[in-house]
Design a protein around this ligand. Sequence first.
Ligand code: NAD
Ligand code: ZN
Length: 341
Amino acid sequence: MKALVKKEAQAGLLLEDVPMPKMGVNDVLIRIQKTGICGTDLHIYNWNEWAQKTIPIPMQIGHEFVGVVEALGSSVEGFQIGDSVCGEGHIVCDHCRNCLAGRRHLCADTLGVGVNRPGAFAEFLSIPKRNVWHADPDIPDKILALFDPLGNATHSALSFDMLGEDVFITGAGPIGIMAVAISKHAGARHIVISDLNDYRLRLAKKMGATVCLNPSKESIEPLKEKLGMREGFDVGLEMSGNSDALSFLINHMAHGGNIALLGIPDSKTTIDWEKVVFNGLTLKGIYGRKMYETWYKMTAMIQNGLDISSVITHYFKYSDYRAAFEVMQSGNSGKVILEWN
Ligand code: NAD
Ligand code: ZN
């Protein structure tokens, strides 16, 4: 089968012919239809410092996917050949305290599909049954292909009560943009999103942001006044990974505000702890998605009208992967999809 492989310790990926995936008795073999390119894939493509210390070579990468069941391990029940599925890319240990208590997103011994084991940028993927999500076939496959990052946005945005609250999202990457739509769906009053990239801010506006702020060009104070905000934001979603953005967010929270931190810091970050303490802020780190409450919630929200389709800006055939990664690299993109069918 064809697969995108990190073959050498340098930038780039190769399209290779590789053997079909191995299947255990509890595994499901999935014929891939669409995959999303994640920032992590871009880091691996660019072979940055994180990738160099994390990714064993050779590695078939990719973890955002939708497909159909092609074959079932002998112990797998509850799935049929041809079922539409997507999947959770964190494979947990199943025997630590958190796993046993049903808090699998907190497992300290997680393996990543397309990071530590063969990934989804391929014609076929084999993963354990417990990582396969039975998709609602009425949801378009381009949306199901995004359930992994949509899950990051959902897990973050639904960490705190949203109804009637003023929300500030730092970073209008694909996840920040989807978090706008979720916050709106969950009943937030004002949703302000910041980014230094105007292309992405325009996408966020399309998604329903009340105001889009480019902090390199404008100040937030007149904006708060215009929105009739007396104090600061009730909920903050850090989705940029940028240290300045986090400081900005902490500085503009209302007393007692809640912040979900999803962005992976790009450098050592300085936090004004005095603000956190005296303003009574709550900071919550977010990793991955809740298994499988987040998956249930995103399915339900989409069935109930949540529309994230405008986050997708580009489609490419898998063989044109170089052009797809270039578009990602440019920053002038939302979500980029690779088609395998
Ligand atoms: P992305 O890199 O596409 O988006 C980040 C955005 O932040 C970019 O548009 C960038 O221009 C913007 N930005 C940079 N500096 C800024 C500043 N000072 N103020 C405002 N915006 C600024 O990433 P994404 O795919 O949307 O993911 C969002 C973040 O979440 C990334 O940091 C990613 O690594 C992280 N992530 C975390 C998890 C997890 O489980 N914790 C999972 C997936 C992604
Ligand atoms: Zn565990």
